[in-house]
Design a protein around this ligand. Structure first.
Ligand SMILES: Nc1nc2c(c(=O)[nH]1)N[C@H]1C(S)=C(S)[C@@H](COP(=O)(O)OP(=O)(O)OC[C@H]3O[C@@H](n4cnc5c(N)ncnc54)[C@H](O)[C@@H]3O)O[C@H]1N2
Ligand code: MOO
Ligand SMILES: [Mg+2]
Length: 422
């Protein structure tokens, strides 16, 4: 049998990634509240509208003084200063410090005019005389002591955050400090997910002979969230090309991209493959020189991307990490959308013979400051294996020319950003 189904041109992973990238640009922008901005990608550059600190700030609970008043002070020769005001945080004093006077001040309060130092409470003695408060100092206090000057951290106009920054705790702090309550961020792309397969059962259905529960949709859902997308679940459908066509049209209409799983190989019921070949979409590729995921298929329909990933869980996972994650990241203007590449020492022999580049699910470990990677599966790492996905934090790259790699050799690994919600 020689139908178009079987004739496929395999392309290399970087070429396939480039084909996808040519159809992706950063998405549109929206404003969200600071609370909602967590883990979102900033869409504008933020400059400081004012210096920070904005006023001369006391670093201690104590007294604002003139340092020159304390010259010559010692245990034998205490200097007495009259306390003229009390300045809690949030208040400003209208009484400037002049020679011979001091004001009680709290940590974080604005230092009054005239004062050029704050002395800690513990370094003073105090007394009350004729209704007046006095403090004594026993040593010389250096000018500027315990005063944080204006702009120590940030000067006015300083670049605070670049567009493309992911907003986490530190960025939240900056945005709040500078009064950015409505934050311009890239919209999360809406990613439709549906599974194909007559064998698929819903998660809460009892097992039946020959059937399995749809796990890929849930795996993909988590991956989309991790990548910063908004997953939209379209359930699963039987292997029927008409149903798939209708579902795909609906998913494309309401979402920014569509990810499907299953039915992309050459089997009689591999309907997604058939659908992509029908001709009303631009197929980017339907075979990649990688394993798992060799049948990963991508197409463009009305300017939107369709990723038809393998049904085999391991292949579906790798297909997502290499093609879908970078797309979601690029749509949020991530300058480094691909999985981070590290070098690691292989911990176990890897003996499999390959004709395609193999992306072996693995786990890293740091020992004596060195990164080691070992395959997650002790026996099987086939495309069909589901159970090792949870045990993996990297993909070990085994080039096609290698006939296995001995333990101790340096390997390229791709770090999986598992658990990081973007
Ligand atoms: N004659 C050939 N057979 C196969 C080839 C080939 O080149 N020639 N390629 C093999 C490779 S490689 C892979 S990978 C798979 C790809 O299969 P499909 O993408 O067509 O996926 P299905 O046939 O629908 O299912 C494969 C497998 O995965 C299970 N599955 C499907 N959907 C889900 C889901 N949502 N959750 C969990 N598991 C799912 C399904 O039951 C099958 O066991 O084809 C090889 N065959
Ligand atoms: O596409 Mo299959 O995943 O190469 O193993
Ligand atoms: Mg199949």
């Amino acid at each position: 049998m020689t139908t178009a189904k079987f004739i496929r041109t395999a392309i290399q992973v970087p070429d396939a990634q480039a084909k996808v990238a040519a159809h992706v640009s950063s998405g549109s922008i929206e404003k969200v509240t600071l609370e909602q901005a967590h883990s979102r990608t900033l869409a504008d550059t933020i400059h400081a509208p004012h210096p920070y600190p904005f006023f001369r700030r006391s670093g201690m609970d104590g007294f604002a003084i003139l340092s020159s008043d304390t010259i010559g002070a010692s245990s034998e020769q205490q200097i007495w200063l009259r306390v003229i005001d009390e300045i809690p945080c949030g208040y400003t004093s209208d009484q400037p410090i002049t020679s011979g006077t001091a004001s009680r001040i709290m940590t974080g309060a604005q230092v009054p005019e005239g004062a050029d130092a704050v002395v800690m409470m513990e370094m003073t003695e105090s007394k009350e005389e004729h209704g007046e408060q006095w403090i004594a100092l026993k040593r010389h206090i250096q000018p500027d002591a315990n005063i944080t000057p204006i702009g120590l951290e940030v000067h006015e106009g300083q670049l605070l955050l670049e567009a493309g920054t992911i907003i986490q705790a530190g960025e939240q702090s900056v945005l709040a400090t500078f009064g950015v309550g409505q934050v311009p961020v890239y919209k999360r792309p809406k990613v439709a997910i549906f599974a194909t397969g007559t064998e698929l059962l819903e998660v809460d259905e009892p097992l039946q002979p020959g059937r399995i529960r749809n796990s890929n949709s849930y795996m993909l859902r988590s991956l989309v969230v991790e990548a910063g997308g908004e997953p939209v679940m379209y359930g699963s459908i039987a292997d029927d090309v008409d149903t798939a066509r209708t579902k795909l049209a609906e998913a494309l209409e309401h979402n920014d991209m569509v990810v499907t799983t299953g039915g992309v190989s050459v089997g009689d019921y591999d309907i997604m493959g058939d659908l992509v070949r029908e001709g009303n979409m631009e197929m980017l590729f339907n075979k990649v020189t990688m394993r798992p995921g060799s049948v990963t298929t991508a197409a463009v329909v009305n300017d939107k991307l369709l990723f038809a990933l393998s049904g085999n869980p391991g292949a579906c996972f790798v297909g997502f990490e290499l093609f879908v994650r970078p797309t979601i990241r690029t749509m949020q203007a991530d300058a480094h959308p691909y999985l981070e590449e590290w070098t690691a020492t292989l911990d176990n022999d890897y003996t499999k013979v390959n004709n395609f580049t193999r992306f072996v699910r693995g786990r890293t470990e740091i020992r004596n400051g060195m990164v080691y990677a070992k395959p997650s599966a002790s026996r099987v790492d086939e495309s069909s294996v589901m159970i090792t996905i949870k045990d993996s934090d990297c993909l070990i790259v085994v080039p096609p020319e290698k006939k296995g790699i001995p333990a101790g050799e340096q390997v390229r690994i791709l770090r999986l950003p598992t658990g990081h919600v973007r």
